[in-house]
Design a protein around this ligand. Structure first.
Ligand SMILES: N[C@@H](CCC(=O)N[C@@H](CS)C(=O)NCC(=O)O)C(=O)O
Length: 237
């Protein structure tokens, strides 16, 4: 059995887009797996998700997908041409190297986001240490955002970067289809995970408002959910 070690989820989906990406890949590819609640300090590289398969431990969502392709065959991306792979790569990088940091900023730095994310992520921590643990983690995220750059911007500038990413992503989805055409590929695992973590979060953020301006993004999520439900049923039977 494949074990995916992920953050505990306070919501109907994993609050870490990278954990949700790995779960979504398994569901799209029809790979049987189970999720195991974990913490970054247990992960081989100090970040979640990681996968364990017997004695093998694989960190990083991209390496996990590479491992699963080797282990079970490339069930989603076979047949993609070089141009499709290039487009998928750009979509993935846009989500993981830009939008991710906008999401972090809104959740961890913006006071309205922090009000929601702090109890969601640290609510289960022992009350005596909860505030200290949350504050330490928040300082770490602040440092990471400062290093990446968005932490040095005004809030409206950060949202403007995210809104531009969302506009580009909405234009890149195949009309009535998925990231690269009529059927989902591994790149949809990323796109779905990030858009879910923007549009379905239980807090009204400026980034969510920006995403709501593009109906293509919500209809894409609805198509993905329907497809994932079908795949999950097929994997069970
Ligand atoms: N490149 C990694 C990124 C994973 C990542 O950034 N995970 C975050 C949660 S979304 C994490 O574990 N952060 C904890 C930390 O940095 O201490 C992947 O694709 O899996």
């Amino acid at each position: 059995m494949i074990d995916l070690h992920v953050f505990p989820s306070p919501w109907p989906f994993n609050p870490s887009p990278f954990c949700l990406k790995a779960e979504t890949y398994c569901r799209l590819a029809g790979i049987e797996f189970r999720t195991v609640d974990s913490l970054p300090l247990r992960a081989p590289r100090g970040k979640l998700p990681f996968l364990s398969d017997g004695p093998e431990k694989i960190p990083d969502s991209a390496l996990i997908i590479g491992y699963l392709k080797q282990r079970f065959g490339d069930r989603l991306d076979q047949g993609l041409d070089a141009a499709q792979r290039a487009k998928g790569h750009l979509i993935r990088r846009c989500c993981e190297e830009s939008l991710y940091f906008v999401i972090l900023y809104e959740r961890w730095i913006d006071p309205d986001g922090w009000k929601v994310i702090k109890p969601a992520l640290f609510g289960a921590a022992p009350p005596l240490v909860r505030d200290a643990v949350a504050a330490k983690a928040r300082r770490g995220v602040r440092r990471a955002l400062h290093g990446q750059g968005y932490g040095r911007y005004a809030p409206r500038e950060v949202v403007a970067h995210g809104a531009a990413d969302l506009e580009a992503l909405s234009a890149s989805i195949a009309p009535g289809g998925f990231a690269l055409g009529e059927r989902p590929t591994s790149y949809d695992a990323t796109l779905y995970a990030f858009l879910t973590n923007i549009l379905d979060v239980p807090v009204e953020t400026p980034l969510k408002a920006a995403a709501q301006k593009y109906p293509e993004l919500s209809s894409y999520l609805a198509r993905m959910r329907a497809h994932l439900d079908q795949k999950t049923e097929a994997t069970k039977s």
